[in-house]
Design a protein around this ligand. Structure first.
Ligand SMILES: Nc1ncnc2c1ncn2[C@@H]1O[C@H](COP(=O)(O)OP(=O)(O)OP(=O)(O)O)[C@@H](O)[C@H]1O
Ligand SMILES: [Zn+2]
Length: 672
């Protein structure tokens, strides 16, 4: 076949495309440069679509490798491809569908600094096929900064959504607040669980990080709980003591010779001593059933006996799904041979291995073996281990630990399959949903390329047999949005040489003439959530960008102290490779950026500074920036002053689809 631009577009494989798209757009597609971020469920379908539609230059980026669990719907992958790069394999498979297109696979995280604003500017359009809010927000910001149209998408089970995002024309991804993830009170998780999910969250988000995560004392969460006024001063004090005692077990797990004993040490602390400690707080157990400390040897010897509490105390169901609150027939909680008949009665031993009910001994054995496997990984050099539903060691650990905790609290236990689903926040992915959504992404992309902006819509795939697809008109940008309302500009520089002060002075300019910028004025400068300088604190102005960890791919945001000028977001990019050795270390944009200007009305008799009169500045006033703790030469902002700044600090979590998909929310339990 001949090369892309020379391909005769009429006839052959493009006959239908040309009839639908028209010869002009159809011909133009061969030269269109598209970035596709994510080669998972939506990404595979989407890549197939853009390849068959004839987009000539497709950059496909994904950070992940292929997993067995992807194969049911990510049809570009086969079993032999497991552990290979998704981007590479997808490009290879889909490349064969249309020899006229060029696919450039990249195995990397889209947040890496080399994918800076200049790199984004190299595309005509960006299509997201991602699965997390953090990456979505990042791509949104880069597209807004580079002025490149983006089509955003998401699916959850039978539901899905496609949203075109164009700077200055439509809302951006961050114009509307995303619902924050559901969370549980820390005391429910740490001392009074009443449902299986509480024990699973505890095992996944507390115990596993405590033992195998970063070395922290586990008290930050308790500090926060206290600050937020969560009840239970005595309880929080006990939990604080418990958290500090983790140091000893962490050490045991990392000791050169870790065997059965290290797992036993962990067990003793977590399922015995810590529970005894909690029991000593009698007030806590007045209106709820006190837990039973577990006994390692008794469980191992099949002689562990546990008395279920009386009904009046039982908050939820009994053991293995019994909700009567009556004592188990023999007073045992699946701790001995009696467990086998129970499993058989429930019929849960049939079917897949992962769907088998686990007895207490099974859970103990799984706890010991998974703890040892994880400890061996630490000793082999892995610095930290965090939960991944596809990592058998962590899933086994969370299954066993949550079930042991459930036993101590008389809560129904879960199979490994169920734990995977709950801990992994899994909503079954449906290939057909991904296929429909991918088709809609391409339709919206074609509207953008054709500049048919009036035809653009947010499209929902919804639970309505009569109207499976719902559309919503696009809204204009939120004027308070901290992402798309900023004025973006780019500087090319060598961060090892250029100082923060040079950038600020350079971008503000002298305010005169065609290239004069806005002129010198009082500003604060932020990098993400860090304040780098403000009018009362200029310590960092002489420092190089590199020393402030402000390098390629990052943004400096210049905020006017008086609120008269809009924010300027300065993207940092590298100097051209062919510049002369004695050339400048900083190349400023020309003309300099001129954000919107809204002069303030002058107050008739100002008795306090204008800064004080701005209600949004209350926080700044009560705690001057210059007195805030400085970290790495910068100040971390506890709370930003303006609404737009506050938005930057929103917690991140799972994307909840809005509108027609709201009903999904209740079924999604976001546990971290
Ligand atoms: N920051 C990122 N940079 C590049 N690729 C990303 C980034 N974040 C997520 N992805 C990719 O986006 C894709 C999303 O696909 P999908 O939702 O089907 O997830 P999955 O990991 O393949 O499946 P599952 O989560 O169900 O196991 C994944 O392949 C993932 O690796
Ligand atoms: Zn916005």
């Amino acid at each position: 076949m001949s090369s892309t631009t020379e391909v005769p577009r009429r006839g052959g494989r493009y006959t239908h495309a040309e009839a639908i798209l028209g010869p002009e757009l159809c011909g133009r597609l061969a030269d269109t440069k598209v970035l596709l971020v994510g080669a998972g469920g939506i990404g595979c379908e989407l890549l197939k679509n853009v390849v068959l539609t004839g987009f000539g230059h497709i950059t496909l980026l994904d950070l992940d490798t292929i997993d067995l669990s992807n194969l049911n719907r990510q049809f570009l992958f086969r079993k032999k491809d497991i552990k290979q790069s998704k981007a590479m394999v997808a490009a290879q498979t889909a490349g064969a569908f249309n020899p006229n297109v060029h696919i450039y696979p990249i195995h990397a995280n889209i947040k890496e600094p080399q994918f800076d604003i200049e790199w984004f500017r190299g595309f005509d359009i960006v299509l997201n096929a991602l699965d997390n809010l953090d990456a979505r927000r990042h791509v949104n910001k880069m597209c807004m900064a580079a002025g490149i149209p983006l089509v955003e998408s998401g699916t959850a089970g039978y539901l899905g959504q496609v949203q075109p995002l164009l700077k200055d024309r439509t809302e951006c991804f961050d114009c509307v607040l995303k619902p924050t993830p559901k969370s549980f009170p820390v005391c429910t998780i740490r001392s009074t669980p009443s449902q299986p999910i509480h024990c699973i969250v505890w095992a996944k988000s507390y115990l596993l990080p405590q033992l195998f995560g970063e070395d922290e004392d586990g008290t930050t969460e308790l500090d926060d709980a206290e600050k937020q006024g969560e009840n239970g001063g005595q309880e929080i004090a006990a939990l604080r003591k418990e958290a500090l005692a983790y140091r000893a077990v962490r050490k045991a797990l990392r000791a050169a010779e870790t065997t059965h004993d290290a797992a036993k040490t962990v067990f003793q602390k977590v399922f015995h001593s810590d529970i005894l400690n909690l029991l000593s707080m009698s007030d806590m157990w007045r209106s709820r059933a006190p837990p039973t400390p577990l006994d390692f040897h008794a469980i191992e010897n099949h002689s562990f006996v546990i008395q279920e509490p009386s009904k009046s105390h039982t908050a939820t169901g009994g053991v293995n799904g019994r909700s009567s609150g009556k004592p188990a027939a023999n007073g045992h909680v699946n701790g001995n041979a009696a467990s086998a008949p129970i499993q058989q009665r429930n019929g849960t031993n049939a079917g897949l291995k992962d769907q088998r009910a686990l007895s207490l001994q099974d859970n103990l054995a799984l706890f010991v073996s998974s703890t040892n496997r994880l400890a061996a990984r630490l000793r082999a050099g892995e610095e930290t281990i965090s939960f991944d539903k596809d990592d058998d060691d962590t899933l086994d650990f969370v299954t066993a630990a949550s079930n042991l905790r459930s036993a101590a609290y008389y809560i129904e236990r879960k199979t490994r399959w169920e734990v995977k689903e709950m801990a992994g926040n899994i909503i079954p992915a449906i290939a057909t949903t991904n296929a429909i959504i991918s088709g809609l992404i391409v339709l919206q992309a074609l509207h953008i390329l054709r500049k048919s902006y009036g035809a653009l819509k947010i499209v929902h795939l919804q639970f309505k047999p009569s109207v499976p697809l719902g559309t919503v008109n696009l809204c204009p940008p939120n004027p308070k949005c901290a992402i798309c309302r900023d004025t973006y500009t780019t500087v090319l520089c060598d961060p090892t040489n250029v100082t923060l002060g040079e950038i600020i002075d350079g971008i503000l300019g002298d305010g005169n003439g065609e290239h004069g910028g806005t002129g010198r004025r009082e500003v604060s400068v932020y990098e993400d959530k860090r304040v780098l300088s403000d009018p009362d604190w200029d310590d960092n102005l002489e420092r190089t960008l590199e020393s402030l960890n402000v390098t390629r791919g990052k943004f400096l945001t210049i905020v006017d102290e008086e609120g008269e000028w809009g924010d300027i977001a300065v993207a940092l990019s590298v100097l051209p490779p062919n510049r002369p050795a004695d050339g400048p270390s900083l190349i400023l944009p020309s003309p300099l950026p001129k954000p919107t200007h809204t002069p303030r009305r002058t107050s008739p008799a100002p008795t306090v500074s204008r800064k004080r009169s701005a209600p949004d500045d209350d926080i700044e006033e009560s705690e001057p920036l210059s007195k805030r703790p400085r970290i790495n030469g910068a100040i971390t902002v506890p709370q930003m002053g303006s609404p737009s700044k506050k938005r930057r600090l929103e917690d991140e979590g799972l994307v909840m689809l809005s509108g027609a998909t709201d009903e999904v929310d209740d079924e999604v339990i976001v546990i971290d």
